[in-house]
Design a protein around this ligand. Structure first.
Ligand SMILES: [Fe+2]
Ligand SMILES: [Fe+2]
Length: 529
């Protein structure tokens, strides 16, 4: 058995960094910006350290880092992340192998960033990279040169290392021409994918699925606006712009099988819908917003399955999920790993055996130093004449993120993604009103507001089983009974659309086990542990 750990999206942000050209006491991000983001910032280093502590406690010597290592690919944050990784290497012999995410670097020359930081008195200061150059996102080449030791280059002792272009690790040997969508504009870019055998019998396939493709007709590749943002591209962009990876994956999978190696693939983006297959319904409800537009299609799943790679870990969406695909071309499982700083904070410990994988989720609810920025949040609120945010008194990191999610649901998802008439109904109604609207009668329905129902809907959506710690057991039991009665209502009435909300919730609840489970690779059977 080989044990490894998987950590996704730690988004390391160093609060101790003092942005160039400012008189700030540090780089503490505002709660106002934090409340509207799908991740939190100031808690990232304590959470990342806790994740690495769990890997060390479990005795895992290899950690797969599924992209978005830093907040936004700023030099001070990359240096902070690297020094933490180095510390755990020295203390525990842990080796971190990384694949890039969309927040690690951008295109050739990087891109500007403007973010709000806190003065000691709670005032918010906008730091712009135009004035503080170290606040900008680095370009691909510069960032990868810094990150090279995280598997992107071989180490003495590696039993095997290769890139899709051969065995030469020099970056100049690892570029290809990425074409704009119309095929008329080409730009040389690095593909940072690699295969490494760090210990006997383990093949780690790090797939660089983070594609920055040029826009049609551009010529100034130093201009960040000349590129498509990779955020929503994911595996669609791999198929379109990095097609050379698929035959390489196929070849790697065949060689791993012939040599009897455990093959573990990971890339930043999911290759299967991590929302229980509910993304298609979501488009009907909200349009192509949010997670739905990022969900991989069936064609992508089939292309991936055809490579023979059967086990893939993904990050990016900060959700906890187990998804499986069985198609004409083959089968594979996509394990979506939650972020230490997104709702349902967690990481995976993975035991690889012949044909069988045991995956356990370590929840990161207890994080020493989780409250380091809470006093600053309260000062910020007082200065703005607001009540202190409930999140800023949370007893632990798990509760902090659960309360942060409430801010996020009301300030972002309902405000930006849900149709106005549905939001109005949510804000004034109870669960009893919802049942009446849907024509359902349940004698034992508990009384609570529809706002709280929507908050739990997002908890179940993002964290699967990990959310059960934040939802009262009787309420969870009620949700199970409720979704089993989800009606199918024609048309686009309010009732028809809330029926979709229930069917999506059913998909979230009925996902395969995604906390502690065994996965049999021959048929993808999932058994809870
Ligand atoms: Fe992320
Ligand atoms: Fe990401």
């Amino acid at each position: 058995m080989i044990r490894i750990a998987v950590i996704a999206d730690p988004h390391v942000h160093d609060c101790a960094w003092i942005p160039e050209g400012t008189s700030l006491p540090g780089a503490v991000r505002t709660f106002a910006e934090t409340a509207a983001s799908t991740r939190v910032f100031n808690e990232s280093i304590p959470a990342f350290r806790t994740a690495l502590d769990r890997a060390a406690e479990a005795g895992a010597k290899i950690v797969l880092l599924v992209g978005d290592l830093t907040d936004d690919g700023q030099r001070p944050n990359i240096l902070a992340a690297l020094s933490i990784v180095e510390e755990y290497r020295e203390r525990y012999g842990i080796r971190v192998l990384m694949t890039p995410g969309n927040h690690d670097f951008y295109a050739l020359a990087g891109r500007p960033q403007d973010k709000s930081f806190l003065e000691s008195d709670g005032a918010s200061v906008m730091v712009r990279s135009a004035e503080s150059p170290d606040a900008a996102t680095l370009g691909t080449g510069e960032a990868l040169a810094m990150l090279a030791s995280l598997g992107f280059e071989p180490e003495a002792g590696d039993l095997h290392w290769e890139s899709p272009f051969g065995s030469d690790p020099d970056w100049s040997a690892r570029t290809y021409t990425v074409l704009s969508p119309d095929g008329g504009t080409g730009c040389r870019m690095i593909d940072a994918s690699y295969l490494v055998e760090p210990v006997e019998g383990l093949w780690v396939l790090a797939i660089d699925a983070n594609v920055c493709a040029p826009r049609d007709g551009v010529s100034d590749f130093g201009d960040p606006a000349a590129f498509h943002d990779p955020t929503d591209g994911g595996w669609r962009a791999v198929i379109q712009h990095r097609a050379h990876l698929l035959p390489w994956m196929t070849d790697v999978a065949a060689r791993a099988k012939a040599k009897g190696k455990h093959l573990v693939a990971f890339s930043h983006y999911p290759a299967l819908d991590p929302l229980g297959g509910a993304s298609a319904e979501e488009v009907a409800l909200f349009g192509a917003t949010g997670l739905a537009r990022r969900a991989p299609t069936l064609a992508i799943a089939e292309a991936f399955a055809a490579t023979g790679v059967t086990l893939h870990f993904s990050g990016h969406l900060h959700v906890n999920d187990t998804a499986r695909h069985e198609g004409k071309a083959g089968r594979f499982a996509n394990i979506a790993v939650s972020s230490p700083i997104g709702y349902g904070p967690g990481m995976k410990i993975v035991d690889l055996d012949a044909g069988r994988v045991e995956i356990r989720t370590e929840t990161l609810r207890q994080v020493p130093g989780h409250d380091a920025a809470f006093a600053a949040y309260r000062t910020e609120a007082r200065r703005a004449g607001q009540a202190e945010p409930p999140a800023s008194t949370a007893p632990d990191h798990g509760v902090f993120l659960s309360r942060h999610l409430v801010n996020l649901v009301h300030g972002r998802y309902l405000a930006r993604e849900w149709p106005a008439d549905m939001v109005a109904f949510v804000q004034k109604s109870t669960v009893a009103d919802l049942l009446a609207t849907l024509g359902l009668s349940m004698n034992d329905a508990p009384a609570f507001s529809l706002s709280e129902f929507v908050e739990d809907w997002y908890r179940l959506r993002k964290a699967g089983e990990l959310s059960h710690e934040d939802i009262a057991p009787e309420r969870l039991a009620f949700y199970r009974r409720l979704v089993s009665q989800a009606p199918d209502i024609e048309g686009d009435s309010l009732a028809a659309r809330f029926a979709i909300v229930l069917r999506m919730m059913r998909a979230y609840i009925e996902r395969p086990a995604n906390r502690n489970f065994a996965l049999r690779l021959s048929d993808l059977a999932v058994t809870p542990l």
